[in-house]
Design a protein around this ligand. Structure first.
Ligand code: APR
Length: 253
């Protein structure tokens, strides 16, 4: 089921001077990367992300958490950007070529937006392709594999971990500040593929509403954000984003 795009929304997108997009795991679903609320598969089916993506889980069983991220890194390595990622990259090109602003804020850690060609990407929750030391916090690009993973930091000997934000951890301050500014200063926000339940990302669309922005949700399902949106487009990112972006390109404004 895919929603028709209202003419009024097309006009608002054509007129928008500062567009911000906030994406979640749903935008990568059609690239084969499971969302957080999808049931986990295989070896990891017995765990919920909330039980693995935490400092406590890492402290209690670093080998298991490292193994889960190694599995996810492999999933992401095989994944390719889908038409939804590409449509957002095209929207950025279209708007910036016309002197208008576009900022992409993502909760995803898979790097697929950048692979699709998006240039201005704010990664609120880090990137699982980056590894850091859990002690000295340095980003580590190469390390000796260990008989008993996780590998150790070559600088201080601490255990290595993915450079992602775990439940209970603070978001990177610069990223959160940039995302907050982009939400408060946009005149239209696209919210794509997020369950809108994890803070502080879930508050960003409300900042946009407070600033008078038009709020558009692209998701097959309703979310807690739905009552606040101006347009709830029910369908998938890989279908709806290309359709939406195509509506503003013919005029080549
Ligand atoms: N297109 C668009 N949306 C989709 C699609 C799709 N093909 N498939 C699923 N969705 C929607 C689901 O309906 C759901 O609302 O994407 C959303 C995915 O929600 P989550 O799995 O909760 O992912 P997300 O919102 O990104 O989670 C936020 O929570 O687990 C933490 O840090 C993690 O960044 C993550 C954060």
């Amino acid at each position: 089921m895919t929603t028709r795009i209202p003419a009024e929304l097309i006009e608002r997108l054509r007129a928008a001077q500062r567009v911000t997009a906030l994406t979640g795991a749903g935008v990568s679903a059609e690239s084969g990367v499971p969302t957080f609320r999808d049931a986990q598969t295989g070896l990891w089916a017995q765990f919920r992300p909330e039980e693995l993506a935490t400092p406590q889980a890492f402290a209690a069983n670093p080998r298991r958490v490292w193994g889960w991220y190694a599995w996810r890194r492999e999933l992401v390595r095989k994944a390719r950007p889908n038409p939804g990622h590409k449509a957002l990259a095209e929207l950025e090109t279209h708007l910036t070529a016309r002197g208008r602003a576009f900022t992409l804020i993502t909760q995803n850690v898979d790097g697929l937006h950048q692979q699709a060609g998006s240039r201005k990407v704010i990664e609120l929750h880090g990137n699982l392709q980056r590894t850091k030391c859990s002690q000295c916090e340095e980003i580590i690009a190469q390390w000796e594999e260990s008989e008993t993973p996780p590998p150790r930091c070559p600088l201080c000997g601490g255990l290595l971990r993915p450079d992602v934000v775990w439940f209970g951890e603070a978001l990177p301050a610069a990223a959160l500040q940039a995302a907050t500014t982009a939400a408060q200063h946009c005149d239209l926000m696209l919210v794509v593929g997020t369950s809108a339940v994890v803070q502080p990302a879930a508050s960003l669309p409300l900042l946009a509403v407070e600033a008078g922005a038009t709020l558009v949700e692209i998701n097959p399902q309703d979310t807690p954000l739905t009552p606040w949106v101006d347009y709830a487009l029910r369908g998938t990112a890989a279908t709806l984003l290309p359709s939406l972006i195509a509506t503003i390109q013919p005029l080549n404004r």
